[in-house]
Design a protein around this ligand. Structure first.
Ligand SMILES: Cc1cc2nc3c(=O)[nH]c(=O)nc-3n(C[C@H](O)[C@H](O)[C@H](O)COP(=O)(O)O)c2cc1C
Length: 215
């Protein structure tokens, strides 16, 4: 299969190196440059290791262009989702790929914080067969969801995690809309599209949240 060239959300090249931006590899907005200059570095600011740029570049993207997501990109996202760790390698996940406008709109109707689905050209519901991982399917599917988000970012797509489990009304809504069997659970829906907004890469690590050897 011909894979499209990887497109990055950001260009990391030729960015100026400053104390707030060591190595100069992530682009800061004018506001956050001011904010960082005013903060008492390194009070809370933790430098982002450039080796992990793909982790920091993944942000929730809730605005999309009209461009469709290609089949090759959908396939890559699913491969990423199925590459996640799972308890006892149980791989309890199933994926429902939704690209029909009518279904995406109905999903947006039923998810109170999923209104970006009116604009998104694609959604992936990450579901689980709990019989394969009775104690850990939530964690397994959370790992799978994060893998898909990271893959979307790496492919130059924009995506956001929409929480379904354990909200009964959202679970029931997805079950009915997508024909999900009664024994299957839905952990998340991921809205995906080509980004029409570009949140900045960042970490949110705070020094006060790190405990060495003992709490
Ligand atoms: C379990 C979970 C449920 C979430 N549900 C929603 C949601 O329903 N709607 C939404 O817009 N974002 C949702 N998000 C995305 C978070 O709002 C987002 O990850 C957080 O604000 C941090 O921003 P970032 O993803 O850009 O780092 C959810 C994230 C998680 C992990």
């Amino acid at each position: 299969m011909n894979r499209p060239a990887v497109r990055r959300l950001f260009s990391f090249d030729n960015l100026p190196s400053t104390i707030d931006n060591p190595g100069g590899w992530w682009p800061l907005s004018p506001q956050s440059q001011i904010r960082n200059r005013e903060s008492q570095f390194p009070k809370e600011v933790v430098a982002m290791d450039p080796r992990l740029r793909s982790i920091f570049a993944r942000r929730s993207v809730r605005k999309y262009t009209d461009q469709k997501v290609t089949d090759a990109d959908v396939q890559a996202l699913l491969e990423a989702g199925a590459a996640a760790p799972s308890a006892n390698n149980s791989k309890p996940w199933h994926f429902v790929v939704v690209a029909e406008r009518k279904t995406l709109d109905k999903m947006a109707d039923l998810l109170p914080y999923g209104k970006m689905l009116y604009q998104a050209p694609l959604a992936i519901a990450v579901c689980a067969d709990p019989s394969l991982s009775p104690k850990y399917w939530q964690q397994d599917c959370a790992a799978s969801t994060e893998n898909i988000l990271l893959a979307a970012s790496e492919l130059g797509l924009g995506a956001v995690w929409l929480g379904i489990y354990p909200r009964e009304e959202r679970l029931a809504g997805c079950r009915e809309l997508l024909g999900i069997p009664a024994i299957i659970e839905t952990l998340s829906v991921i809205a995906v599209g080509h980004p029409a907004e570009r949140p900045e890469p960042r970490t949110q690590l705070e020094v006060a949240r790190v405990h060495r050897e003992r709490w």
